[in-house]
Design a protein around this ligand. Structure first.
Ligand code: ZN
Ligand code: ZN
Length: 380
């Protein structure tokens, strides 16, 4: 949407309140369109202008998205000063507006330009506006995700061009009101029919203004991409895919409004040894057959500390999990979660002569005890 629409009070044009429902707006529009339709009053210039105005207002207020944007623009610019500091042109008399052309009812271009460029009586009292939230991503090592880390993050955001303050015009020049749409940014198609169509102006592409001498920095667009790198503290214990909100680290607010937030989506690289299960860390630890059968005390590595010793009781089955308290990731409340240690009983792939003899004597000692007996025990 072109930024200039904000100068018109579409609600007033349609005679509805700011919080009017979509159906109220539709009703008001239908009635006004009927009363002022050019087909009903052929040759009535004033009615034709009024009809254009009504169509334009309805084109914006009938679309929820456009209406929202319009309301925001109004709130932001309603008292002028949006481009405060640009030019010192008084009330805008010298802007090349083609004088003598019929203006649409109630719409004063000098007022528009006065407001836009900081002239006239309406200056610098624009309401404060919160900056936008900015999205970013960070990829962390497993260790950094557990212990927290400060990372440099590059963010980009779209802002008014700093050279021309968003007007798109070269320093010392100003944009001129579009002669095609007379600054409304909209044109009414001449296709005839009962209802004329209102669409964005071809000449200014809906901006309402044309730039003769484009700003060298933004080539007339009035927009600039600013990118900055900042140091961002990622708290300890973040998980892969988690989105963290850093208050006040987003786009700067306008007119003294607060900054938006920075939303960082975190990607965590897998670890060679450790895994995550919620706040708990996991590790799979191989144990020898005899350790599982006879019991053992084994050393298990922790992520950032000394190994812990875990007692594996005699007769521990493969896949049993033990818990080492306080050896996991930090929780939000500052305590630490646990390390879950899962044992994996190893079967030797090759045996020394002594080991083979030992295993064979174990087989003899087992004395025909069939580990699969229960599978064949019959019953239901
Ligand atoms: Zn235009
Ligand atoms: Zn520029």
């Amino acid at each position: 949407m072109n930024n200039e629409w904000f100068e018109k009070d579409f609600y007033k044009i349609l005679g509805v309140s700011k919080d009017a429902s979509a159906s109220d707006i539709k009703k008001a529009y239908r009635k006004l369109a009927r009363d002022h339709h050019p087909d009903a009053k052929p040759g009535d210039k004033a009615a034709e202008e009024k009809f254009k105005e009504i169509s334009e207002a309805y084109a914006v207020l009938s679309h929820a998205d456009k209406r929202k944007e319009y309301d925001e623009q109004r709130a932001m610019f309603s008292s002028g000063g949006g481009f405060g500091g640009f030019g010192r042109q008084g009330s805008g008399g010298g802007f090349g507006y083609p004088g003598g052309t019929t203006t649409t009812g109630g719409f004063d271009f000098s007022d528009l330009l006065g407001g836009m460029f900081g002239g006239g009586s309406r200056t610098r009292s624009a309401p404060a506006r919160r900056g936008a939230d900015v999205e970013s991503e960070a990829t962390l090592s497993f260790d950094d995700a557990i212990s927290g880390v400060t990372v440099p993050l590059r963010t980009t955001s779209d802002e008014p061009c700093p050279t021309c303050h968003g007007t798109g015009a070269k320093a010392g020049t100003v944009p001129r009101v579009c002669p095609n749409c007379e600054g409304s940014g909209m044109q009414t198609s001449a296709s005839g029919g009962l209802f004329a169509m209102t669409e964005p102006c071809d000449v200014c592409r809906g901006r309402g203004l044309v730039v003769d001498d484009p700003c060298g920095t933004c080539h007339g667009s009035g927009r600039a991409t600013s990118s900055r790198t900042m140091q961002v503290r990622i708290p300890a214990g973040v998980k892969d895919g988690q989105r963290i909100r850093l208050k006040g680290k987003g786009a700067k607010g306008e007119n003294g409004g607060p900054s938006g937030d920075l939303l960082v989506t975190v990607h965590v690289q897998p670890h060679r040894v450790f895994g995550r299960k919620g706040d708990n860390l996991t590790i799979t630890v191989p144990v020898a057959f005899d350790e599982a059968a006879l019991g053992a005390e084994i050393a298990v590595p922790t992520l950032n500390g000394a190994p812990v010793r875990i007692k594996v009781p005699a007769g521990t089955p493969n896949g049993r999990t033990f818990r080492a308290r306080g050896k996991g990731a930090p929780r939000k409340d500052g305590t630490k979660a646990d390390l879950l240690v899962t044992v994996e009983v190893q079967v030797p792939s090759a045996l020394t002569e002594d080991a083979r003899a030992a295993v064979e004597s174990f087989r003899t000692a087992r004395d025909g005890d069939d580990p699969r007996a229960t599978l064949f025990s019959g019953g239901a």
